[in-house]
Design a protein around this ligand. Structure first.
Ligand code: COA
Length: 200
């Protein structure tokens, strides 16, 4: 049975791999980017570096990380730290303004982390990312990880949480609906959705 435990620095590469292998609407993004590490360098690495206390790992019988939930209790503060402390550590690998298509979009996201925060989200200060490898999906681990993460936020006194997702990821949307999330905000192009719920 997989177990949930706190993140350890030795998990880092495995978690980067989980992010890439689930990074295209829930499916494998390995071949979609010139350098697929751009995804975990936006969506995984900064949390492990800046908020390791809010990173939880799903570990298999060999203690290999096959999934995670992570995030930040105060998104506005996280965005500022992302820009100040995280971006300088990876910026040279993805020069600002470089790339085309998807690569260019993600490189823009990396260099402008302010996209993570909208006024509509003010009542939902925390946020999260959750990803499981295919073999770990559909067995209740996502629900269990969410329970662990919500309890950690409650312990910090955080009342509500949000997440951003691709509207095309219908499986994840069904999961979040089932777990009581509701829509807060939609990007003007309709491709991005922000959902939220209380931590109770
Ligand atoms: C989305 C994800 C985190 C869900 O975790 P999971 O372990 O597969 O989900 P669970 O087995 O815990 O399911 C919890 C509930 O959601 C429902 N659910 C989960 N995935 C679903 C799907 N694809 N379609 C319909 N319902 C779904 C389950 O039926 C279950 O309902 P119940 O507990 O009331 O019976 C996981 O599948 C995943 O990592 N997918 C790939 C990466 C991804 O898309 N991440 C989210 C990016 S925004």
């Amino acid at each position: 049975m997989p177990t949930i435990r706190a993140y350890r620095p030795a998990d880092r590469e495995a978690l980067y791999d989980v992010c890439v292998r689930t990074g295209h609407n829930g499916g494998d993004a390995t071949d979609l980017y010139r350098d697929p590490r751009i995804l975990p360098d936006i969506f995984t690495g900064p949390y492990l570096a800046l908020r390791p206390d809010l990173a939880f790992v799903l570990a298999d019988e060999q203690d290999r990380a096959v999934g995670y939930i992570l995030g930040a209790a105060d998104t506005a503060a996280f965005v500022a730290e992302f820009r100040r402390d995280w971006l300088p550590t990876v910026a040279a690998r993805y020069p600002e303004g470089s790339g085309t298509g998807r690569d260019a979009e993600r490189i823009r996201d990396l260099h402008h982390p302010e996209w993570m925060w909208h006024e509509e989200l003010a009542e939902y200060p925390a946020h999260l990312h959750i990803d499981l490898l295919p073999e770990a999906q559909g067995k209740g681990a996502g629900r269990a990880l969410m329970g662990t993460y919500l309890a950690a936020l409650r312990a910090l006194g955080v009342p509500r949480v949000h997440l951003g997702m691709s509207a095309a990821n219908t499986g994840a949307k069904a999961f979040y609906d089932r777990l009581g999330f509701h829509e807060l905000h939609r990007t003007p192009d309709g491709r991005g959705l922000f959902l939220g719920r209380g931590t109770d």
